[in-house]
Design a protein around this ligand. Structure first.
Ligand code: HEM
Length: 405
């Protein structure tokens, strides 16, 4: 339930929205809240948390681009950061050098060299699931457990040079980091007990001695040897990959499979034209943004439309709302491979735009290639479950029935 009214004078004239984006109801289905947020105005005030919120595409884009006034350096969650800051929690000029290092290591050119090993990994995920089933036969599986959470938890740490031991920690580690971006609610508290242990585990994994001699991690340390970043920062930058790159991709790929299973005509279009694989992934990210909410802090009084966000106030960024803003997207609730989804905000925009996007796209493309080869039809075979998270659209189960070609 929500009501919209004008805010008390000291909070400017921004409309007040009584919604709690982090309530069970709104995490289970964020779309009604996100629609209210867009309709409330270019910016709204959430009194329960004393923060502002932006859900329209144009204003979210300009906010993400306005790094000078909308700062990340005091964290991109509702509170100050609780651990040493990574790349995402830095402003220029501190952000510049490490960003350049990662951008080079994770460039689409660099990623092309990993295509073969990524395809092999995708095959090792998909083939055993379909083994022994003839054409026309059916297989039941879970998109989240059997496909999406297997691929990034293995391919990506391999590419980063992270050893095998303890990889089951990757998803719970990042789950807590993303929960820590929201209020100190039950979701945050449930992860608190293991936060230190998992944080220590991730730090240990990112030390030079623990990394394999080849991979993104070793490349980061080599950049430190060249003097591009400090040696102290090398493990933190490596850790940024683990915290930002695993759960996001797991949920992105789950969302992609959900989108295709619930839109059989779009799966048929993809089968007919496999060249649409990249559009399919990006359109699924637009349709269901894996990163739903992050924050900025107003470094000065910031004007949005006719409203002023006072200096020092935090601002919730709703990527999911902006990606379905009818002011920008025609028929935004339709998952539609005939549209051009480029410009969507699921990877952010501006100087913090996702530096790992090519790695995510590569994994999704390889999985799709393997599925398109073997699968005629994909459909849901049971109830979908969500894994609530304060920042992510987390999935718990997406039961699928595949009919083989
Ligand atoms: C579908 C998968 C992914 C999604 C939806 C996603 C989403 C995002 C978003 C929204 C941001 C911008 C946050 C902001 O503006 O404050 C971001 C930044 C970032 N992402 Fe991703 N990401 C994904 C995959 C990855 C992967 C695979 C990696 C690592 C290889 C990665 C590493 C990073 C890093 C390090 C940043 C911070 C960049 C900076 O501050 O300059 N992400 N991501």
């Amino acid at each position: 339930m929500s009501t919209i009214s004008n805010c008390p004078a000291h909070h400017t004239s921004a409309p007040k929205l009584e919604d709690d984006p982090f309530s069970f109801e709104n995490l289970e289905d964020p779309l009604p809240f996100q629609q209210r947020l867009r309709e409330a105005g270019p910016v709204a005030y959430l009194p329960q948390y004393g923060v502002y919120a932006i859900g329209r595409f144009a204003e979210l884009t300009s906010t993400l681009e306005n790094w000078q006034e909308m700062i990340s350096g005091s964290g991109v969650g509702m509170h100050e950061p609780w651990r040493a800051r990574g790349l995402l929690q830095m402003d220029p000029p501190e952000h510049d050098a490490p960003r350049e290092v990662l951008q080079e290591i994770l460039s689409s050119r660099a990623l092309r060299a990993l295509r073969e090993s990524c395809l092999e990994r995708a095959d090792s995920v998909i083939s055993p699931l379909l083994e022994g089933v003839a054409g026309g036969g059916q297989v039941e599986l879970d998109a989240y457990h059997d496909i999406a959470s297997v691929m990034p938890v293995n391919f990506f740490p391999d590419a980063s040079g992270i050893s095998e031991e303890g990889r089951e920690n990757l998803v719970p580690y990042a789950d807590h980091i993303f929960n820590a971006g929201g209020p100190r609610n039950e979701l945050y508290k449930k992860g608190e007990c293991r936060a230190e242990e998992l944080g220590q585990w991730a730090n240990d994994k990112c030390q030079r001695d623990a990394l394999k001699p080849e991979g993104f991690g070793a490349d980061i340390w080599a950049a430190a040897d060249r003097g591009d970043i400090t040696h102290e920062f090398a493990p933190l930058l490596t850790r940024s990959l683990l915290s930002a790159g695993v759960d996001t991709t797991v949920y992105g790929i789950t969302g992609l499979l959900y989108a295709l299973a619930t839109n059989p005509d779009q799966w048929a279009a993809l089968k007919e034209n496999p060249g649409l694989a990249r559009v399919a992934f990006d359109e699924s990210l637009r349709w269901i943004a894996p990163v739903q909410y992050l924050f900025r802090k107003a470094g000065t009084d910031v004007r949005i439309g006719s409203h002023v966000i006072p200096e020092g106030t935090r601002v919730l960024l709703s990527y999911g709302a902006a990606n379905r803003d009818p002011r920008r997207w025609e028929n935004p609730d339709k998952f539609d491979l005939s549209r051009d989804p480029s410009g969507h905000l699921a990877f952010g925009m501006g100087i913090h735009q996702c530096v790992g996007q090519h790695a995510a796209r590569l994994q999704a493309a390889c999985l799709l290639e393997k599925l398109i080869e073997r699968v005629e039809r994909i459909e849901l075979s049971g109830e979908v479950e969500y894994n609530h998270n304060n920042a992510l659209r987390g999935w718990g189960a997406v039961p699928l029935r595949l009919t083989l070609s």
